[in-house]
Every structure is written in C-alpha cells, then in structure tokens.
Design a binder for this molecule. Structure first.
Ligand code: ZN
Length: 258
C-alpha cells in the first residue's frame, strides 16, 4: 500500500467559472480519483485553505509516501514553515510530484535552487509529449508519444538545474518545445516535475496523464528513510585506530580551537 497525499491550491475552482465547471469539487479531487483507480494506493487530499497548516500536518506528512503538488495563483500564501516541513520530508525520502504551474511553487524552487521560470502562452493549442526514456518506470504503458488537444504552452528556456533524468519532451502547435517530464534526486527523496495540468481544460481526466501519475507515484515511493542527524563519531569509535592525531581539536566545553 502506498500512502499518497494530493495537495491542491483550490482557489481557481472557486473564482473562475470555467475551472469550476470542469472541477466542481476541486482539481485535487479529480487527481485523487485518478490515482484511486489503483487498489494499492491510499489517497488523502489536502488544500491551501483547509486549515492553518494548509492541510499538511506533521502527522499527515509523516505518513505520506508520495505528495503531489498543484498550485498557481497563491504560491505566496503557502507558509514558509509548511514549505520547510515538506522540504524536510522530501530529504528524508518522501516522494514529491510537482504538477504544471507548481514550477513556481516555493517547495519546487527551494528544491531546485534556481528561478524555475519558463516561457508561456495561453492559446488553447495542441501539445505532443514525446517519451524520451521508454525503459523508465514512469513511461510504462505510454506509446511513443501522447497528445493533449488543447492546453497552455510552456516553452524553453526552463530555469531548472539539469535533470537527473529527462522523461518527456513536449512539442506545441505553435512550434515551441519544453522539458515536460524531469526527475531529480534530493537527499533520499525522488522528485518528478510533470507539466500537464492547465486548469481551464479537463487534463486530469486524460487516461495518459492519469497513467503517468500512477507510474510516477510508484517510482517516487522510497522504501527507506534517512533521518539526517549529522552524527559525531568519537575517536575511540573510529573504524580504525588514529595514531597520528593533530593538535587542532575542539576541547570539551571549549568553543575555540586549541
Ligand atoms: Zn496553466
């Protein structure tokens, strides 16, 4: 069983009639339903205005194997302390799937350390996502490419570090290309950025998109945890005896060097 938390900003669904008509119960609800098609997934949803922790309590995150993140217009409303909480869990080994406009979320920018900016256009054009790595777990069951008939365009340059693996590259009807599926290893955590998911089209109902997300969850789950404590190893516990010890050591109770 994989414990998944699907996090959604949940603001557009309340203010924009088009988004509301496609996702009346919230985008996160539809993303969660797609994942729940897999009997081995236990899915919880959380959203920005749920409570003063954006629905992401310490307890929930401690029990989350993989977190998915969709945000767009309210990245700045996500509290830094919650971002730090999610960041710590990623380094320990929680998987993170960052969706579409989540490229500008605080958590993604913190994990990347770069601007995460890109080129964009809203023209309702076609996107073709080419599989770059057919042997990768995330692309299993996907053909050479798949298409989304109408979407927003994201183009290069994409201000992210070189990916550990490139999974998809997108071509758009207007001619641009974009690195639309990228993996990163951060600490013990696996991070997958996946571009599709513009809110004014029913993209999270798409069978290929749903399959990629299911595959990505399985890939991102870690069986191990790394609780980083920066431990000191005393001299008498070193694996080998240290016979030529220098003098520049901290003394017990002394802040300075000798
Ligand atoms: Zn968008």
């Amino acid at each position: 069983m994989i414990n998944i938390t699907v996090w959604g900003e949940g603001r557009h669904e309340k203010t924009n009639e088009v988004v509301k008509s496609i996702y009346p119960d919230g985008m996160h609800t539809v993303i969660a339903k797609g994942l729940e098609e897999d009997a081995d997934f236990k899915v919880t949803t959380a959203f920005l205005d749920q409570d003063d922790e954006h629905g992401l309590s310490e307890e929930l995150l401690a029990n989350t194997d993989v977190l998915t993140w969709w945000g767009h217009c309210a990245h700045g409303d996500v509290k830094d302390e919650i971002v730090a909480r999610v960041h710590k869990r990623v380094l320990e080994g929680m998987g993170l799937i960052v969706l579409h406009s989540g490229h500008y979320s605080k958590i993604f920018k913190k994990l990347m350390g770069t601007s995460c900016s890109l080129t964009w256009r809203e023209a309702g054009e076609k996107e073709r996502l080419w599989v770059c790595n057919p042997a990768h777990p995330i692309t299993q069951g996907i053909d050479k490419y798949f298409e989304i008939p109408h979407t927003e365009m994201y183009g290069e340059p994409f201000g992210v570090p070189a990916a550990d693996e490139q999974i998809f590259i997108s071509w758009f009807e207007g001619g641009e290309v974009f690195r639309s599926g990228l993996t990163y290893y951060r600490g013990n955590g696996k991070v997958f950025y996946f571009r599709p998911g513009h809110e004014t089209y029913p993209i999270y109902f798409d069978e290929n998109v749903k399959l990629v997300l299911k595959n990505a969850v399985k890939w991102a789950k870690s069986d191990y945890t790394w609780n980083d404590a920066c431990p000191n190893v005393p001299i008498d516990q070193a694996p080998e005896p240290i016979t030529r010890q220098g003098e520049g050591l901290h003394l017990d109770g002394d802040d300075g060097f000798k």
